[in-house]
Design a protein around this ligand. Structure first.
Ligand code: NCD
Length: 307
């Protein structure tokens, strides 16, 4: 039995196959409407979520399966003091596959050691978010037709943003990806990523402080929210939260085929006026998240592509 805890748990070939399957699901939705008949997905969310949980649930429903679960730790026995391992051990008796989000880094990994069903990490603290990464890769592939030979700017909270950490790791396996990390000094990517991914793989990256100085170079701009819930003090959050606001004047020098991604939720970092620009991909990206999760559920349950 395999779990998906870290984006690197999937090989490049497996990622290619998942994206291809997601593309086929988008083209031929009706073909997939019953493939998970009789299967159950549990969503165990110990931390807030809109897109990830609901897209997982919609994904399973569109495959003809059923869903069960909880959307906050208060409404589970974790409020009574039950350990994550015990919760998962029990839920794996009820569900064929489990998507789990937890504020503590490593919690889904610990859960996977006890679970009798495959565990999908739906976000663990500031660490990883592999299914958002699959969503991002599908979006980049559909927008650009490739995952290599791109210049990608990551902007905002690169320190606590797990979507950034996961996507940086996943992209490290593709050729000629040029990384531009745009953040205040306090929110730079963690040292472990600099050492274990960028330096180890011999990848080059730039660190800059403003969008303006690099916008004309970018094929992709990956905006992120400052992760309020991971700050140790409110004053730092307040000081940093509006460092970057992408608006139409900021896009003046951008390429015509720039793709603007954001895992969402957005707070202030993208002005609403940008939503109508054809370069804004973030709502399409949220939709793609459902299709790539359909592909992933099928793969993890060992369900073959229907003829
Ligand atoms: C992200 C997350 O939970 O890490 N949201 C999501 O899953 N789409 C990003 C965020 O919360 O800022």
């Amino acid at each position: 039995m395999r779990h998906l805890i870290d984006p690197m748990d999937l090989t490049v070939k497996e990622i290619d196959e998942l994206l291809e399957l997601a593309d086929d699901i988008i083209e031929n939705k009706e073909k997939y409407a019953k493939v998970c008949d009789g299967k159950k997905l549990a969503t165990l969310f110990f931390e807030p979520s809109t897109r990830t949980r609901l897209s997982f649930e919609a994904a399973m429903m569109e495959l003809g399966g059923n869903v069960l679960g909880f959307s906050s730790s208060d409404s589970s026995s974790s409020a009574k003091g039950e350990s994550v391992s015990d919760t998962v051990k029990v839920v794996s008796c009820y569900a064929d596959i489990i998507a789990m989000r937890h504020p503590k880094e490593g919690a889904p990994f610990l859960a996977s050691l006890k679970s009798d069903s495959p565990i999908i990490n739906a976000g663990d603290g500031g660490h990883n978010h592999p299914t958002q990464t699959l969503t991002d890769l599908l979006t980049i592939h559909r927008e650009k037709g490739r995952l290599d030979n791109i210049t990608i700017g990551f902007c905002g909270d690169l320190k606590f943003g797990r979507t950034v950490h996961s996507l940086v790791k996943a992209l490290s396996r593709y050729e000629n990806v040029n990384y531009i990390m745009i953040s205040p000094v306090e929110l730079e990517i963690p040292q472990y990523l600099k050492e274990e991914v960028f330096e180890k793989e011999g990848m080059t990256y730039q660190q800059v402080r403003t969008i303006d100085e690099v916008i004309d170079q970018l094929d992709i701009l990956y905006m992120t929210r400052v992760q309020k819930e991971r700050f140790f003090n409110e004053a730092d959050y307040v000081r940093l939260k509006d460092t970057y606001i992408l608006d139409m004047p900021k896009l003046k020098n951008a390429k015509e085929d720039l793709s603007i991604l954001h895992p969402l939720p957005r707070v202030n970092e993208i002005a609403v006026e940008v939503d109508d620009d054809p370069r804004a991909c973030y709502f399409r990206q949220a939709l793609y998240g459902k299709y790539v999760r359909m592909a992933l559920i099928m793969k993890m349950l060992g369900i073959a592509k229907p003829e």
